[in-house]
Structure formats: C-alpha cells, structure tokens
Design a protein around this ligand. Structure first.
Ligand code: ADP
Length: 396
C-alpha cells in the first residue's frame, strides 16, 4: 500500500508518501507559510529538494500542490493519484475519547471537535487537513492517529492532578500526554531489539527534541508520562518552561503588568533553554556557545539534563524498576553530551554508560556497558512510519 502521511499545522503541512511494503518514504516534504504566501519543499527519495514558491491561500490549495508534486513528470514519485491507498493524519488531542487510531468518519470528526478546547491551536488545524483530503480525494480512506492515544492506559493515580475532582468531571482537566506515536514506536522497537518479554518489561522512553517528554512503559502500556493536559508540563524544553510553581503565572502577570495570555506565550515560546540561555532553543547553538565559554548556555543544557534525570528517577520508582532506558528524537538521537549528563546521575543504581559507544548520532545502538544493570539504547524514532503502519493495520 502507498500511504500519504500528513501532519497539518495552522500554517504548515508536513507530508510523506510511504510504501508500506518497503517501509520507505518515496517522497517527503513541507508546505510552509500557508495563508501568508506559500512555499512547497518537496524531496523525492534519493534526489535533490525542489522548492516551489506559489500562493497557498488555504490548506486545500496546499494539499493540491502536494498531490501535483507527487505525480509531476520531473520530481514526481507515482504515475497516478489513484496509487495513494490511504491518508494517515497526525491528530494532536484525542482527549479520553480516543484510545487508539480510527478510520475517520463524521462521528470521529465530531469527537475530535469536542477535544478542540484541549488543543485549540492544533486540533482545528489537523481537521482542516482531514477535510481538505476528503474533498480532494473522495473515496480514499482517512485515518486518525492521535498523539494522546498511547497514553490512555494511564491509571487515575498517574493522570489526576491535585485539583477539585469536579474540574476533572466537568472540564476533563487531567494528564493526557503527547508524542504517543513516538513513545509507542520506540518502546516496541526497544523491546524487540533488546529481546525483552513484551508482557514482562519496564522501559523508559526519553523523547528529547524541541518538545520533550519521558514516559514509563510497563508491559507495553504507559503507566506515566511527563507531558500533561497540554505539552507544557514536564521537562524544560526548547522554548517551553515545563514544570514550575503555578504561582509564578500570577506573579509574572502582576510584575510585568501583562495579561494571562501574554504570560502563557512567554512560558510557551520564550522560556525553556532559550529563556535560560538567551542564546537559542536549538542545542547545536547551545553546545557551540558553551564551548566558547557562555555560562548561561552551559547552565541551560545542564538544567535540561538534570530535569530529565529526575523524571527517569521518578519513573523507576513508578514502575518499581527498569529494564531499559531508550533515547530518541533530535536530541536523544544526536546529543552526546546530554545523554552523558543524564546518565552520569545513575551510577549509584549500577547504570553505566559506555562512553565510546555513546559517540553516535542518529543510529540504533546500545550505549551502556555489558555489565550495566540497565540497558541504555539510542533508537531513532519515525513517527511518519508509525502512522503509516497504524493506517495499514486498521485498513487490513
Ligand atoms: P521537534 O520537536 O521540532 O521535532 P527535534 O526532534 O527535531 O524537534 O529536535 C530538535 C533538537 O534536536 C534541536 O535542539 C537540535 O539541536 C537537535 N538536533 C537535531 N538534529 C541534530 C543533529 N544532527 N545533531 C545534533 N543535534 C541535533
């Protein structure tokens, strides 16, 4: 089967056309600046990127351009649009309604819309992508794969906040967790790669990227995860603050004399390692600045690693043990220093990093020593492939 995987944001749209037999992407691309002007970056496998600047007033036009690129005589990868068997959509928030991927129909769209208040920036944009595909490719099934679904196995003890219970009942205030597709993909691959018993395994997945989250996966099911009702909670991220004293919100609004919305923008977009360092949200810039002696950049990286280590420690307690710690996403796969800083805090527990083996980027590898009490590995994530697999599985 050929599956078009779509990740639709408010002004951007990422896509991959994946052949489910080879599990390879035939083409990958990105539409940027939808509704502003419009740019399509399209890369057929093994070829150079093609950039097409053309007005994209809305997502429907953007998707039409993607489809045109896929069948183009020069940079296309299929002969006819009929070769696309299904579209897999990344949907951000499925609330507690969606515990797994589903084939999209009107009922599902209604269900997703009911979750919109939980992700007002993401869900509506995701649905625009769904609607556009329904219009342009009638008869081609659309599948919803939710960021939150894999985490729905959490028990109330892990997902309840210490707030009046009625807010959970009335407004669904609880922990949901995100990056579920990645946590699912990486935990499954880790169990397979390390030969663990899927029904008797304790795995911690560290998805460390621009947005970062840690999850505790016991016997293949999430027991806890660091992101909360929204992706703000948990680790210190590229630009998000992660855990902090809620009083700070009121304190800042008062001292800066700004609205609650403005404080939330600060916490979302100007905080994290960007806020601490004043340099960048990108760890490549932070590493470069640290090497040049920038103390705040160095501190930002250390704060990030320290917080991540605290979550790993907490999840060892949550599962009463751990068999494997898995690193994934941009930083988890590529940042040698961060992995080292995190793991050096677990010497007491008999977890030992093989510093030589740790000198890798973007490849699947065990990075703990043979005598380490817990196996530590790097496992590249592939959320698009995971969405394509889910899509094929559902349709079969
Ligand atoms: P997003 O949450 O946007 O998907 P990513 O998973 O791509 O983020 O992670 C982005 C982070 O990963 C950045 O801080 C970047 O520095 C780091 N990163 C990504 N690729 C590399 C690389 N090849 N080498 C070093 N760091 C990398």
């Amino acid at each position: 089967m050929k599956v078009l995987v779509i990740n639709c944001g408010s002004s951007s749209l990422k896509y991959q056309l994946i052949d489910s037999e080879t599990e390879k992407a035939l083409a990958v691309g990105l539409c940027e600046r939808i509704g502003i002007d419009g740019r399509l970056n399209h890369t057929p496998a093994g070829q150079d990127k093609v950039v097409i600047e053309k007005d994209m007033p809305n997502h429907e036009v953007a998707i039409r351009m993607v489809l045109d690129a896929l069948v183009d005589a020069n940079h296309g990868v299929i002969g006819d649009l009929k070769e696309i068997d299904a579209v897999g959509h990344r949907l951000v928030h499925g609330g507690d309604k969606f515990t797994k991927s589903v084939i999209i129909d009107e009922e599902v769209i209604k269900g997703v819309e009911e979750c919109n208040p939980l992700a007002p920036l993401h869900n509506p944009a995701n649905l625009i992508g769904v609607r556009a595909c329904q219009t342009i490719m009638p008869g081609v099934p659309n599948i919803a794969v939710f960021d939150t679904a894999f985490h729905q196995t959490m028990e109330p003890v892990a997902f309840m906040y210490g707030l009046p219970y009625e807010y959970y009942e009335k407004y669904k205030v609880r922990r949901y967790g995100f990056h579920g597709t990645s946590h699912s993909f990486v935990s499954k691959r880790g169990i397979e790669m390390l030969g663990l018993d899927p029904d008797n395994s304790k795995v911690i997945v560290c998805h460390l990227g621009n947005g970062s989250s840690v999850s505790a996966v016991q016997n293949g099911k999430v027991v806890d995860t660091s992101m909360g009702m929204t992706p703000m909670e948990g680790l210190v991220m590229g630009t998000r603050c992660g855990d902090m004293d809620p009083t700070i919100v009121e304190y800042l609004a008062h001292n800066l004399d700004v609205s609650l919305e403005e404080v939330m923008t600060i916490l979302n977009k100007k905080s994290g390692v960007l806020g601490i360092s004043g340099v960048s949200s990108d760890f490549r810039d932070l590493d470069a600045a640290s090497n040049e002696g920038n103390e705040r950049a160095k501190l930002a990286v250390e704060v990030f690693s320290y917080r991540t280590a605290k979550y790993i420690g907490a999840y060892i307690a949550a599962m009463n043990g751990v068999d494997a710690i898995l690193f994934t996403a941009g930083l988890g796969e590529n940042n040698i220093v961060v992995r080292e800083q995190i793991l050096e805090r677990f010497g007491y527990m008999g977890i030992t990093l093989d510093k030589e083996a740790n000198q890798i980027r973007g490849e699947e590898k065990i990075i703990s020593t043979p005598d380490s009490k817990v196996t530590v590995a790097v496992i590249p994530t592939n959320e698009e492939l995971a969405i394509a697999r889910e899509t094929v599985e559902l349709l079969e």
